[in-house]
Design a protein around this ligand. Sequence first.
Ligand code: NAP
Length: 562
Amino acid sequence: MASTETVTNGTSTTGGSSDVDYDALVIGAGFGGIRTLYELGKRGFSARAFEAGSGVGGTWYWNRYPGARTDSESWIYVLTFQEVLGLDWDWKERFPTQPEVEQYLNRVTDYLDLRRHIELNTKITKAHWNPAKNVWEVTTSKGKTYTARFLITATGPLATPLPPPFPGLESFKGEWYQTGLWPKHKVDFAGKRVAVVGTGATAVQVIPVVAHNAKSLTVFQRTPNFVLPARNYPIPQDQQMALRRECEAVLGRARTQSFGMDMVDATLKSTDLETDAEIQRVLEFGWEIGGFRFIFETFADMLTNAKCNEAAAEFVRNKIRSIVKDKKTAELLCPYYTILSKRPPLGHFYYEAFNRDNVELVDVSNDPIQAITPTGLRTGTKEYDFDMIIFAVGFDAVTGTLAAIDIRGAEGQHLGEQLNRDMETAYGITAPGFPNLFMVSGPQAPFANIPVVIDNTVDWIGRAVSYMHDHGHQRMDTKEEVARHWKEQVEAVFGMTVLPEGAKKTHSWYVGANMEGKPVRPLFWFGGVAPYFAICDKEVSDGYPGFAFSSDQSSGAVQARL
Ligand code: NAP
């Protein structure tokens, strides 16, 4: 390829560096990939994204299982960068459904005229850094090769669903589905005996929908979750108008709230209150208002004070006991560990589903599923017959998708292997030994409402690429010390919470404990988005002290800017 097509504010021009095909190649066309294409184009760099799906959307393309919807409030589950605020888009509900989010991302793609820069049905299978030329040499699943100055992974933290971990699946005569690879065709539950394996955030969304339609539903639970009521509602027109009017304030709140939500972090500590009745009153407010407000808008010490966390945990257990009529089932649904040790799901009449005559809960914590049989599944003590099994068993989170791609750095080392061994990154965005590689939603990025973090990350990447262009640099290397320091900070901050022990004990994916053999450690920064954004900004304003740049003129500068 001799020339490149450059995205410039949505209009295409021809130009760019003559020695590379593109300034940047982007892996993925979900929130992260779309945002990245736009950022680079806006800055005058050419970019092309490769997407495994037959449509854009990433997570919101693949996870089309019944009941799928966001757990973030819709009005802040958006690409918040200024140019898209003009997009004529109103969300229908507080927590929009998968089809609506997929539609939104398609709409953004068209609005920004990005579709022509996205190659669908195509994976990047190999990306090797060529140190002699300072370029990434990339091969796709279609066998095509490309070169680029930059490689940007926008693979999403939850993009590699774990296959059903049981022998005998091939013998099963009924239908079976994985939630993370749900088919596009309609799946009919009516009149069928259905099993759901798993009770994470995904299963919690599937279960009430299937319960309404199936002849019978059997839920196999290993670890119960703290399921918080979503309290979803259609957004009334007056609220729509207010959200549009106040969008800057909404965004401002999300950029300062610890987890990137349109909420105001609680300042009240449980220790400020004198009686249990007062504590219960605050928790009741959080329960009634719905969603993650139960955690973030009740007590400031919920995640740092074990006593406060236990008060909240017992509060939820009492709610379960009051909702679920069968006492034994209610008790099985009660979690006994710190809240947020596992990422709490939002429920849409989840506990209520267990009051239906056609729904049964099976505890497999001490009697694990041993095998799938031709007619159903078998635990150590019992055989079950089903017409359909739905596996909602989670993901190889954060590093899994990166590790599946043959990405090799300056010394030929493999990115996934390096991250799984020594997880050291600069702010979750870059890794030592991988020049000119940026990760969107990479390991050690904030645990927060993802689009808000993506906005910041991609802005940071855009600034770095422009900085290199402006200074005639071809290569940007992460210094070992900045990555080591970030890892120490990530671990120290997580260690200050009451979460680590429970996260490990309950196989929490956000520490990698849901997979055998994966090292257990925080895969995210738990120190809040505002301090994180400030740290990222400081790196830039201090002139990138954590990075080394080189300007070997023989290999051509980042020159595609028009
Ligand atoms: P998950 O939270 O990791 O849950 C997987 C479930 O499968 C767990 O209940 C797990 O039990 C169970 N499981 C795994 N192996 C098993 C086995 N051998 N036998 C029995 N049970 C087994 O995965 P997920 O539900 O897909 O959710 C992952 C994350 O995706 C969520 O935490 C959330 O961040 C995100 N998500 C977001 C939304 C949203 O925002 N709307 C919706 C869905 C998911 P254990 O707990 O005992 O390991």
